[in-house]
Design a protein. Structure first.
Length: 408
Protein backbone atom coordinates (compact mmCIF):
# COMPACT_ATOMS: atom_id res chain seq x y z
CA UNK A 1 0.00 0.00 0.00
CA UNK A 2 1.31 3.45 -0.96
CA UNK A 3 1.25 5.96 1.87
CA UNK A 4 0.86 9.59 0.92
CA UNK A 5 3.02 12.18 2.63
CA UNK A 6 1.53 13.73 5.74
CA UNK A 7 2.00 17.47 6.25
CA UNK A 8 1.60 17.67 10.00
CA UNK A 9 0.57 20.94 11.68
CA UNK A 10 -1.06 19.55 14.83
CA UNK A 11 1.84 19.12 17.25
CA UNK A 12 -0.13 20.57 20.16
CA UNK A 13 -2.44 17.55 19.88
CA UNK A 14 0.34 14.98 19.79
CA UNK A 15 3.82 14.49 18.36
CA UNK A 16 5.58 11.79 16.40
CA UNK A 17 7.54 9.41 18.61
CA UNK A 18 11.19 10.17 17.87
CA UNK A 19 13.28 7.30 16.45
CA UNK A 20 15.75 7.71 19.33
CA UNK A 21 12.89 7.25 21.79
CA UNK A 22 11.67 4.11 20.03
CA UNK A 23 15.18 2.65 20.09
CA UNK A 24 15.56 3.35 23.80
CA UNK A 25 12.29 1.55 24.55
CA UNK A 26 12.83 -1.64 22.57
CA UNK A 27 15.14 -3.45 25.04
CA UNK A 28 12.49 -3.11 27.73
CA UNK A 29 9.89 -4.69 25.48
CA UNK A 30 12.13 -7.56 24.37
CA UNK A 31 14.87 -8.51 26.83
CA UNK A 32 14.80 -6.36 29.98
CA UNK A 33 11.16 -6.99 30.79
CA UNK A 34 11.53 -7.55 34.54
CA UNK A 35 9.49 -5.80 37.21
CA UNK A 36 11.62 -2.95 38.66
CA UNK A 37 10.05 -3.50 42.09
CA UNK A 38 11.29 -7.10 42.28
CA UNK A 39 14.00 -8.01 44.79
CA UNK A 40 16.26 -9.98 42.43
CA UNK A 41 19.02 -8.73 40.10
CA UNK A 42 16.89 -8.96 36.93
CA UNK A 43 14.47 -6.45 38.45
CA UNK A 44 17.19 -4.27 39.95
CA UNK A 45 18.79 -3.76 36.53
CA UNK A 46 15.50 -2.48 35.15
CA UNK A 47 15.01 -0.21 38.17
CA UNK A 48 18.33 1.51 37.39
CA UNK A 49 16.99 2.57 33.99
CA UNK A 50 13.81 3.92 35.60
CA UNK A 51 16.02 5.95 37.94
CA UNK A 52 18.00 7.33 34.98
CA UNK A 53 14.77 8.35 33.23
CA UNK A 54 13.60 10.07 36.41
CA UNK A 55 16.85 12.06 36.49
CA UNK A 56 16.38 13.11 32.86
CA UNK A 57 12.81 14.28 33.38
CA UNK A 58 13.90 16.11 36.54
CA UNK A 59 16.65 17.86 34.58
CA UNK A 60 14.06 19.15 32.10
CA UNK A 61 12.27 20.81 35.02
CA UNK A 62 15.41 21.80 36.98
CA UNK A 63 14.05 19.60 39.75
CA UNK A 64 15.30 16.91 42.09
CA UNK A 65 14.59 13.37 40.78
CA UNK A 66 12.80 12.63 44.06
CA UNK A 67 10.25 15.30 43.11
CA UNK A 68 9.13 13.40 39.99
CA UNK A 69 6.11 11.07 40.15
CA UNK A 70 5.43 9.10 36.96
CA UNK A 71 1.75 8.94 35.98
CA UNK A 72 -0.30 7.65 33.08
CA UNK A 73 -0.87 11.03 31.37
CA UNK A 74 -1.23 14.77 31.86
CA UNK A 75 -4.89 14.43 32.80
CA UNK A 76 -4.03 12.07 35.65
CA UNK A 77 -1.32 14.46 36.80
CA UNK A 78 -3.72 17.41 36.85
CA UNK A 79 -6.43 15.47 38.67
CA UNK A 80 -3.88 14.15 41.16
CA UNK A 81 -2.57 17.62 42.04
CA UNK A 82 -6.01 19.01 42.83
CA UNK A 83 -7.17 15.79 44.51
CA UNK A 84 -4.11 15.80 46.77
CA UNK A 85 -4.54 19.45 47.74
CA UNK A 86 -8.13 18.83 48.82
CA UNK A 87 -7.44 15.61 50.72
CA UNK A 88 -4.45 16.98 52.62
CA UNK A 89 -6.42 20.09 53.60
CA UNK A 90 -9.92 18.78 54.41
CA UNK A 91 -11.00 22.13 55.84
CA UNK A 92 -10.39 23.87 52.50
CA UNK A 93 -13.06 23.32 49.87
CA UNK A 94 -12.30 26.01 47.28
CA UNK A 95 -10.27 25.67 44.07
CA UNK A 96 -9.19 28.45 41.69
CA UNK A 97 -8.42 27.71 38.04
CA UNK A 98 -8.85 29.59 34.76
CA UNK A 99 -11.70 29.63 32.25
CA UNK A 100 -9.38 28.46 29.46
CA UNK A 101 -7.84 25.36 31.01
CA UNK A 102 -7.60 21.99 29.28
CA UNK A 103 -10.66 19.79 29.76
CA UNK A 104 -8.66 17.84 32.37
CA UNK A 105 -9.12 20.83 34.68
CA UNK A 106 -12.41 22.19 33.35
CA UNK A 107 -14.29 18.92 33.72
CA UNK A 108 -12.63 18.02 37.01
CA UNK A 109 -13.67 21.42 38.32
CA UNK A 110 -17.26 20.77 37.27
CA UNK A 111 -17.10 17.36 38.94
CA UNK A 112 -15.88 18.95 42.17
CA UNK A 113 -18.75 21.43 42.11
CA UNK A 114 -21.17 18.50 41.87
CA UNK A 115 -19.49 17.08 44.99
CA UNK A 116 -20.15 20.28 46.92
CA UNK A 117 -16.80 22.03 46.47
CA UNK A 118 -16.55 25.64 45.30
CA UNK A 119 -14.57 26.29 42.11
CA UNK A 120 -13.68 29.68 40.64
CA UNK A 121 -12.92 29.78 36.90
CA UNK A 122 -10.92 32.99 36.59
CA UNK A 123 -11.66 34.82 33.29
CA UNK A 124 -9.27 35.99 30.58
CA UNK A 125 -9.40 39.13 28.45
CA UNK A 126 -10.01 39.45 24.71
CA UNK A 127 -6.39 38.53 24.00
CA UNK A 128 -6.57 35.38 26.12
CA UNK A 129 -4.42 36.92 28.87
CA UNK A 130 -5.20 36.33 32.53
CA UNK A 131 -5.50 39.13 35.08
CA UNK A 132 -3.23 38.10 37.96
CA UNK A 133 -4.85 40.65 40.27
CA UNK A 134 -8.24 39.07 39.64
CA UNK A 135 -6.77 35.67 40.47
CA UNK A 136 -5.32 37.13 43.67
CA UNK A 137 -8.70 38.56 44.70
CA UNK A 138 -10.37 35.19 44.13
CA UNK A 139 -8.12 33.46 46.71
CA UNK A 140 -9.92 32.91 50.00
CA UNK A 141 -9.01 31.50 53.42
CA UNK A 142 -10.59 28.20 52.34
CA UNK A 143 -8.74 28.01 48.99
CA UNK A 144 -6.87 24.71 48.81
CA UNK A 145 -5.06 25.21 45.49
CA UNK A 146 -4.73 27.49 42.48
CA UNK A 147 -4.20 25.61 39.20
CA UNK A 148 -3.35 27.70 36.13
CA UNK A 149 -1.86 26.30 32.91
CA UNK A 150 1.63 27.34 31.81
CA UNK A 151 0.58 27.80 28.18
CA UNK A 152 -2.78 27.44 26.47
CA UNK A 153 -3.13 24.51 24.11
CA UNK A 154 -5.39 26.36 21.64
CA UNK A 155 -3.96 29.88 21.42
CA UNK A 156 -0.42 29.24 22.68
CA UNK A 157 -0.73 32.14 25.15
CA UNK A 158 1.87 31.84 27.93
CA UNK A 159 0.69 32.76 31.42
CA UNK A 160 2.74 34.59 34.11
CA UNK A 161 3.48 31.50 36.18
CA UNK A 162 6.21 33.01 38.36
CA UNK A 163 3.97 35.91 39.41
CA UNK A 164 0.99 33.63 40.05
CA UNK A 165 3.13 31.26 42.11
CA UNK A 166 4.47 34.19 44.16
CA UNK A 167 0.93 35.40 44.91
CA UNK A 168 -0.07 31.93 46.09
CA UNK A 169 3.08 31.57 48.19
CA UNK A 170 2.39 34.91 49.89
CA UNK A 171 -1.07 33.68 50.82
CA UNK A 172 0.00 30.20 51.89
CA UNK A 173 -1.92 28.51 49.08
CA UNK A 174 -0.64 25.64 46.93
CA UNK A 175 0.03 26.44 43.26
CA UNK A 176 -0.12 23.89 40.44
CA UNK A 177 0.47 24.41 36.73
CA UNK A 178 -0.47 22.26 33.76
CA UNK A 179 2.74 22.63 31.74
CA UNK A 180 1.87 19.98 29.17
CA UNK A 181 2.34 22.34 26.17
CA UNK A 182 5.55 23.97 27.40
CA UNK A 183 8.47 21.46 27.26
CA UNK A 184 10.94 22.07 24.47
CA UNK A 185 9.25 25.39 23.66
CA UNK A 186 10.00 27.49 26.75
CA UNK A 187 12.50 26.95 29.58
CA UNK A 188 10.97 25.14 32.55
CA UNK A 189 12.28 25.76 36.04
CA UNK A 190 9.75 24.36 38.47
CA UNK A 191 11.68 25.25 41.61
CA UNK A 192 12.91 28.61 40.36
CA UNK A 193 9.39 29.62 39.35
CA UNK A 194 8.09 28.64 42.79
CA UNK A 195 5.44 26.13 41.77
CA UNK A 196 4.36 23.40 44.18
CA UNK A 197 3.17 20.92 41.55
CA UNK A 198 3.52 20.71 37.77
CA UNK A 199 2.10 18.33 35.15
CA UNK A 200 3.68 16.96 31.98
CA UNK A 201 2.55 14.51 29.30
CA UNK A 202 5.19 12.67 27.30
CA UNK A 203 3.31 12.47 24.01
CA UNK A 204 3.62 16.24 23.62
CA UNK A 205 7.42 15.94 23.44
CA UNK A 206 8.01 13.07 20.99
CA UNK A 207 7.48 10.19 23.41
CA UNK A 208 4.55 7.72 23.46
CA UNK A 209 1.03 8.33 24.68
CA UNK A 210 0.24 6.79 28.05
CA UNK A 211 2.99 8.23 30.24
CA UNK A 212 3.21 11.52 32.10
CA UNK A 213 4.56 12.92 35.33
CA UNK A 214 3.73 15.18 38.23
CA UNK A 215 6.39 17.33 39.85
CA UNK A 216 5.74 17.57 43.59
CA UNK A 217 8.04 20.00 45.40
CA UNK A 218 9.85 18.62 48.40
CA UNK A 219 7.98 18.91 51.69
CA UNK A 220 4.65 19.45 49.92
CA UNK A 221 1.96 17.43 51.65
CA UNK A 222 0.74 14.82 49.20
CA UNK A 223 -1.98 12.20 48.93
CA UNK A 224 -1.94 9.71 46.02
CA UNK A 225 -4.81 9.56 43.57
CA UNK A 226 -4.02 6.00 42.43
CA UNK A 227 -3.70 3.89 45.58
CA UNK A 228 -1.97 0.54 45.42
CA UNK A 229 1.54 -0.71 46.07
CA UNK A 230 4.68 1.10 47.11
CA UNK A 231 5.65 2.21 43.60
CA UNK A 232 6.79 5.81 43.08
CA UNK A 233 7.70 5.92 46.77
CA UNK A 234 4.06 5.31 47.66
CA UNK A 235 2.82 8.28 45.64
CA UNK A 236 1.29 6.39 42.70
CA UNK A 237 0.28 2.74 42.80
CA UNK A 238 0.62 0.39 39.84
CA UNK A 239 3.53 -1.45 38.24
CA UNK A 240 5.85 1.00 36.50
CA UNK A 241 5.43 1.33 32.73
CA UNK A 242 9.15 0.82 32.19
CA UNK A 243 9.48 1.09 28.37
CA UNK A 244 7.45 4.31 28.29
CA UNK A 245 9.24 5.78 31.32
CA UNK A 246 12.59 5.13 29.63
CA UNK A 247 11.31 6.71 26.40
CA UNK A 248 10.02 9.71 28.36
CA UNK A 249 13.49 10.21 29.82
CA UNK A 250 15.15 10.25 26.40
CA UNK A 251 12.49 12.61 25.03
CA UNK A 252 12.99 14.95 27.99
CA UNK A 253 16.70 15.22 27.16
CA UNK A 254 15.85 15.97 23.53
CA UNK A 255 13.28 18.60 24.51
CA UNK A 256 15.81 20.35 26.72
CA UNK A 257 18.29 20.50 23.85
CA UNK A 258 15.93 21.98 21.26
CA UNK A 259 14.54 25.02 23.08
CA UNK A 260 16.79 27.36 21.11
CA UNK A 261 15.69 25.86 17.78
CA UNK A 262 12.02 26.14 18.77
CA UNK A 263 12.48 29.81 19.57
CA UNK A 264 14.42 30.62 16.40
CA UNK A 265 13.78 28.18 13.55
CA UNK A 266 10.27 27.04 14.48
CA UNK A 267 9.21 30.55 15.49
CA UNK A 268 10.43 31.95 12.16
CA UNK A 269 8.43 29.34 10.22
CA UNK A 270 5.33 30.05 12.32
CA UNK A 271 5.67 33.80 11.77
CA UNK A 272 6.16 33.30 8.02
CA UNK A 273 3.07 31.11 7.88
CA UNK A 274 1.00 33.74 9.68
CA UNK A 275 2.26 36.70 7.70
CA UNK A 276 1.67 34.95 4.38
CA UNK A 277 -1.84 33.89 5.38
CA UNK A 278 -2.66 37.50 6.30
CA UNK A 279 -1.20 38.59 2.96
CA UNK A 280 -2.85 35.98 0.74
CA UNK A 281 -6.25 35.52 2.39
CA UNK A 282 -8.69 38.30 3.31
CA UNK A 283 -10.85 38.26 6.44
CA UNK A 284 -8.49 36.41 8.77
CA UNK A 285 -8.05 37.30 12.45
CA UNK A 286 -5.50 35.94 14.90
CA UNK A 287 -7.07 34.66 18.10
CA UNK A 288 -5.01 35.67 21.11
CA UNK A 289 -2.15 38.03 21.75
CA UNK A 290 0.85 37.95 19.44
CA UNK A 291 3.04 37.67 22.55
CA UNK A 292 3.66 36.13 25.03
CA UNK A 293 2.95 33.02 22.99
CA UNK A 294 4.45 29.61 22.34
CA UNK A 295 6.79 29.82 19.32
CA UNK A 296 4.97 27.08 17.41
CA UNK A 297 1.28 27.98 17.74
CA UNK A 298 -1.04 30.00 15.51
CA UNK A 299 -4.82 30.12 16.01
CA UNK A 300 -6.62 31.92 13.18
CA UNK A 301 -10.28 32.58 12.40
CA UNK A 302 -11.26 32.49 8.74
CA UNK A 303 -14.42 34.58 8.66
CA UNK A 304 -17.52 33.21 6.92
CA UNK A 305 -16.08 29.68 6.71
CA UNK A 306 -16.63 26.68 8.97
CA UNK A 307 -13.38 25.25 10.35
CA UNK A 308 -14.59 21.69 9.83
CA UNK A 309 -14.96 22.35 6.12
CA UNK A 310 -11.45 23.81 5.96
CA UNK A 311 -9.98 20.84 7.82
CA UNK A 312 -11.76 18.36 5.56
CA UNK A 313 -10.35 20.06 2.47
CA UNK A 314 -6.85 20.21 3.97
CA UNK A 315 -7.04 16.53 4.89
CA UNK A 316 -7.74 15.64 1.27
CA UNK A 317 -4.28 16.91 0.33
CA UNK A 318 -2.58 15.37 3.37
CA UNK A 319 -2.46 18.41 5.65
CA UNK A 320 -3.24 17.83 9.33
CA UNK A 321 -4.43 20.73 11.48
CA UNK A 322 -7.13 21.11 14.11
CA UNK A 323 -10.18 23.17 14.87
CA UNK A 324 -10.47 25.66 17.67
CA UNK A 325 -13.89 24.18 18.26
CA UNK A 326 -14.68 21.30 20.60
CA UNK A 327 -16.48 18.74 18.48
CA UNK A 328 -18.87 16.25 19.93
CA UNK A 329 -20.89 13.59 18.16
CA UNK A 330 -23.89 15.20 16.51
CA UNK A 331 -23.03 18.77 17.52
CA UNK A 332 -20.42 21.47 17.07
CA UNK A 333 -19.96 23.78 20.03
CA UNK A 334 -17.60 26.75 19.95
CA UNK A 335 -14.28 26.34 21.75
CA UNK A 336 -14.61 27.17 25.44
CA UNK A 337 -11.25 28.97 25.18
CA UNK A 338 -12.38 31.31 22.41
CA UNK A 339 -15.77 31.76 24.07
CA UNK A 340 -14.02 32.81 27.28
CA UNK A 341 -12.13 35.41 25.24
CA UNK A 342 -15.46 36.91 24.14
CA UNK A 343 -15.16 35.74 20.55
CA UNK A 344 -18.57 35.29 18.87
CA UNK A 345 -19.64 31.73 18.12
CA UNK A 346 -19.67 32.24 14.34
CA UNK A 347 -16.07 33.44 14.32
CA UNK A 348 -14.99 30.76 16.80
CA UNK A 349 -16.41 28.08 14.50
CA UNK A 350 -14.13 29.33 11.75
CA UNK A 351 -10.96 29.00 13.83
CA UNK A 352 -8.12 26.69 12.88
CA UNK A 353 -5.04 25.97 14.97
CA UNK A 354 -1.73 25.34 13.23
CA UNK A 355 0.90 24.01 15.65
CA UNK A 356 4.35 23.39 14.20
CA UNK A 357 7.07 21.11 15.53
CA UNK A 358 10.83 20.81 15.56
CA UNK A 359 10.61 18.68 12.40
CA UNK A 360 8.42 21.11 10.43
CA UNK A 361 10.20 22.27 7.25
CA UNK A 362 9.98 25.36 5.08
CA UNK A 363 8.79 23.12 2.23
CA UNK A 364 5.88 21.89 4.36
CA UNK A 365 4.89 25.45 5.23
CA UNK A 366 5.08 26.34 1.52
CA UNK A 367 2.82 23.37 0.71
CA UNK A 368 0.25 24.58 3.22
CA UNK A 369 0.41 28.13 1.84
CA UNK A 370 -0.05 26.76 -1.67
CA UNK A 371 -3.25 24.90 -0.80
CA UNK A 372 -4.92 26.96 1.93
CA UNK A 373 -5.83 30.13 -0.05
CA UNK A 374 -7.70 28.32 -2.86
CA UNK A 375 -9.49 26.16 -0.28
CA UNK A 376 -10.75 29.24 1.57
CA UNK A 377 -11.72 30.90 -1.73
CA UNK A 378 -13.70 27.83 -2.85
CA UNK A 379 -15.49 27.51 0.46
CA UNK A 380 -16.39 31.18 0.55
CA UNK A 381 -17.61 30.96 -3.04
CA UNK A 382 -19.82 28.04 -2.09
CA UNK A 383 -21.24 30.00 0.85
CA UNK A 384 -22.03 32.94 -1.46
CA UNK A 385 -23.87 30.62 -3.84
CA UNK A 386 -25.85 29.26 -0.91
CA UNK A 387 -26.82 32.80 0.10
CA UNK A 388 -24.39 33.23 2.99
CA UNK A 389 -21.85 35.78 1.85
CA UNK A 390 -18.56 36.56 3.54
CA UNK A 391 -18.10 39.77 5.47
CA UNK A 392 -16.32 42.84 4.14
CA UNK A 393 -13.48 43.18 6.62
CA UNK A 394 -9.92 42.60 5.48
CA UNK A 395 -7.33 40.48 7.24
CA UNK A 396 -6.11 41.88 10.52
CA UNK A 397 -3.86 40.69 13.24
CA UNK A 398 -5.47 40.22 16.62
CA UNK A 399 -3.00 41.16 19.30
CA UNK A 400 -3.26 42.70 22.71
CA UNK A 401 -2.72 46.05 20.96
CA UNK A 402 -6.05 45.64 19.16
CA UNK A 403 -8.29 43.88 21.70
CA UNK A 404 -11.52 45.01 20.09
CA UNK A 405 -10.91 42.69 17.15
CA UNK A 406 -11.66 39.79 19.50
CA UNK A 407 -15.30 40.77 19.47
CA UNK A 408 -15.42 41.56 15.76
Amino acid sequence: MTHRKVYYFDNNATTRVAPEVVESMLPFLKDQWGNPSSAYHFGHQVAKHVATARERVAALLHADPREIVFTGCGTESNNTAIHSALLTQPGKRHVVTSAVEHSANMNYGRFLKEQGYDVTFSPVDADGLIDIHRVEKSIRPDTAIVSIMWANNETGIVFPIEELAAICRSKGVLFHTDAVQAPGKVPLDARGMGVDMLSLSAHKLNAPKGIGCLFVKKQTRFHPHVIGGHQEHGRRGGTENVPYIVGFGVAAEMALSRIQHENTGVRALRDRLESQIFKLIPQVIRNGAKEPRLPNTSNLSFLSVEAEAILTQLDQVGICASSGSACTTGSLEPSHVLTAMGIPAARARGSVRFSLGAETTAAEVAFLLEHLPPIIERLRGASVQSGVGPGKSRSKEHSRHSPRSAAA
